[in-house]
Design a protein around this ligand. Sequence first.
Ligand code: PMV
Length: 332
Amino acid sequence: MVTEYTATARAHSNIAFIKYWGNREPGIRLPANSSLSMNLAALHSTTRVTWSEALAEDSLMINEQPAAPAAFLRVRAHLDTLREELGSTLYADVASKNNFPMGAGIASSASAFAALTVAATIALGLRLPERELSALARRGSGSAARSIPAGFVEWRAGGADKESYAETIASPDYWPLEDVIAVISPDHKHVGSTAGHASANTSILQRARVESAADRLESAKQSVLARDFEALAPVVEEDSNLMHAVMMTSKPSLFYWLPKSLRIMLAVREWRHQGLQVCYTLDAGPNVHCICGAEDAAAVAARVKELDSDIEVIRSSVGGGAQIMNVNDRIG
Ligand code: PMV
């Protein structure tokens, strides 16, 4: 008789207003600074985990294809962490689907590792508190910690593994912002964020960025809580610029921006001066996330298309937290 424990979970991607870049302890992804983000309702990963006594090794399918070796090794390492933390010796079949392009600077690792962590724990019959799920998801991908709680989320860096988790600061319906993403290139990024984090300290600017991050986070947090777009916009752009300044001055230097990215960033500033509620932020990729007041999102999407009709635009409102889709134990 073989026992299988299966569960499916869904988690949303998130976009950081205050970025996480660089680790204090890379092995367990303890971040150099705290960060702040908003979940993206339109972008999600749905992941099914089956732990089974019949398996002799782990396996991973992504979007119905066998995963590339690098993705498989990263997921297997996270399954090792989960086995160790949850006290299991079973292997797992993992099948994950994203509804958005992978590795394009839209954090597929955040939603993927959050969904994997929830499905894996639920399948084993464990209903862990949100903080523990967030800290566990963080071990797979730092930003995944922020895809566990709902809405607007703060991840406090913390001084130790169990203290480094994310929590909601405001629910998804607290402030109807939208992310209008200008997808400049859906290709896989040239240097992934794990390698990027590892090089952050080679920039002389990283120390200044980290030392000043708490002030920016407090300012961004108060702006979100006050629903004050005018106050939020400059700090979001400054924080993104600072992270990219660190990336560009690391050794070797990392340039994620493309000429089209800069064109949109400059246009966004212009549109804001003209009265639209919009500001930009970029992750480890060339796509420009235009954070908008909901009433201006359609106009911003139209203007991006006017600038360059080849650019695909994805719009997303504020998303909820990771959720369980299905639980199904099979004994056969
Ligand atoms: O979770 P990771 O290791 O992919 O790091 C994400 C880093 C950025 O997306 C660039 C910034 C952030 O805070 O999301």
